[in-house]
Design a protein around this ligand. Structure first.
Ligand code: IMP
Length: 420
């Protein structure tokens, strides 16, 4: 394995949690490099279901979980997740980058307030304070994990930041007093709680690479939510594509060559923003019900539609995806005619490149290739065990993307997976 990166190629929720859990068998370290508790990874092991938002999924298999500098951390949520795992007899082995930014109470208040003010133009964020926290990072007003270790430093930073945030809350009509001492006490207490985890994780990872350790990078969200290459402004605030792993963990880009793109066999999206293959019919409802397409983080129903290969190719090219893990193939079982989007008609033109402008994306009418459906995939142990029609579906995806399908997942259990 050495270094392997797992990335979402759609709008998130591709089933990365299960694949990371599957691949982390051979890993020494499992690393998150972007995002925060806007993510939700569900892992099912026998009768236990784990729902993680910020802790890397690999800790469930006893691996060292690293929360890299590119992440944003809500310490309250992190505490809760650690507690939840301990209740299930899992003692997470965690490392937190001292450079990771901390989601503060005002970030959460402002996320909700901004969305309310945007009204019809809202992004549909998870309201976890992600955007405001990343905004502060770039504006150089952030508080980092390492800052939580010193109360004096924390107070000094808060003295600089809080008056601005207090004004902002007032503008948004939020009647909430930001009490410097209370915030400093609470967040310093988190610092003390996590002090053994907070360190120069980039340095440890660089050593691990030199020592030939196995490192698995666990992407959150998907390429279409990348702040530069996704459906901006209907995107998240981090770099979701492969380049983000180098920056968000502090490792040289040249080590990132084994890049696994996770492709769900159909498309889903939560929140606002265009989605060309969205279905508003009974097939859409079937996918939602059969695929249990409800957000892990916000429980919102996910919008569902056919697989969009224009989207996936965009993602594969941006990250240089070397192989694909196809997930949730079983959700398509029992549909008479299955479709894949291979291009768009936009303003009377045929295109197969994802448009820059979300208003243009909203005008895109998908061009479909149709496939005869299949009955059941549930008992496949290898590619040739799949129904012929499902094999054709997979081979077409591989040919279109010019990227090998490497792994197929057809159910939530670990054993509902095979390598192609
Ligand atoms: P934020 O990341 O909370 O700011 O939300 C921005 C957009 O990204 C919204 O449309 C969210 O629904 C979406 N989003 C964020 N995290 C995830 C995820 O893990 N899966 C799917 N969508 C997500």
């Amino acid at each position: 394995m050495a270094v392997q990166v797992v990335l979402g190629t759609q709008w998130g929720d591709e089933g990365k949690g299960k694949i990371v859990d599957y691949l982390s068998k051979n890993a020494d370290y499992v690393v998150r490099f972007q995002g925060g508790n806007n993510a939700g990874h569900t892992i099912k092991i026998k009768n236990d279901v784990y729902k993680l938002h910020i802790i890397p999924s690999g800790v469930i298999s006893g691996k060292i979980g690293v929360i890299g500098n590119g992440c944003v951390i809500d310490p309250e949520i992190l505490s809760d997740e650690i507690k939840q795992l301990k209740q299930k007899k899992i003692h997470p082995n965690l490392l937190i980058s001292n450079r990771a930014h901390i989601i503060m109470p005002y970030h959460k208040l402002l996320d909700g307030a901004e969305e309310k003010y945007l009204a019809q133009g809202k992004i549909g964020t998870t309201k976890r304070g992600i955007g405001p926290c990343y905004s502060d990072k770039i504006a150089r007003n952030g508080i980092r994990a390492g800052d939580l270790l010193s109360k004096e430093k924390l107070i000094k930073k808060l003295e600089r930041i809080l008056p601005i945030k207090q004004q902002l809350l007032k503008i948004y009509g939020i009647d909430h007093v930001l009490d410097k001492n209370m915030i400093a006490n609470t967040y310093h207490a988190y610092g003390k709680k996590f002090k053994d985890f907070i360190t120069d994780t980039h340095d440890l990872l660089q050593d691990a690479i030199i020592d030939g350790k196995n490192i698995l990078f666990e992407g959150a969200q998907g390429a279409m939510l990348d702040v530069d290459y996704g459906t901006y402004p209907y995107a998240t605030s981090s770099h979701v594509i492969a380049g983000g792993a180098a920056i968000g963990a502090g490792v040289p880009p040249k080590v990132l060559s084994d890049l696994v793109g996770i492709v769900k066999a159909y498309t889903t999206r939560v929140g606002e923003g265009p989605m060309p293959t969205e279905l508003h019919d009974t097939v859409g409802q079937y996918l939602q019900k059969n695929g249990h397409e409800f957000g892990t983080t916000t429980s919102r129903p996910r919008r569902c539609g056919w697989l969009d290969l224009v989207v996936v190719r965009h993602a594969c090219r941006l990250s240089g995806i070397s192989k694909i893990a196809l997930t949730k193939l079983d959700v398509l079982d029992g549909i008479d005619t299955v479709k894949i989007c291979v291009g768009y008609e936009m303003k009377n033109k045929m295109i197969d490149i994802f448009p820059f402008d979300s208003d243009d994306v909203a005008l895109c009418k998908p061009i479909y290739k149709e496939f005869k459906g299949w009955d059941k995939t549930t008992k496949a142990a290898s590619f040739t065990d799949l129904p012929q029609q499902a094999q054709e579906y997979i081979l077409f995806i591989q040919e279109y993307l010019k990227t090998p399908i490497w792994l197929v997942s057809f159910g939530p259990e670990r054993n509902q997976t095979f390598m192609v």
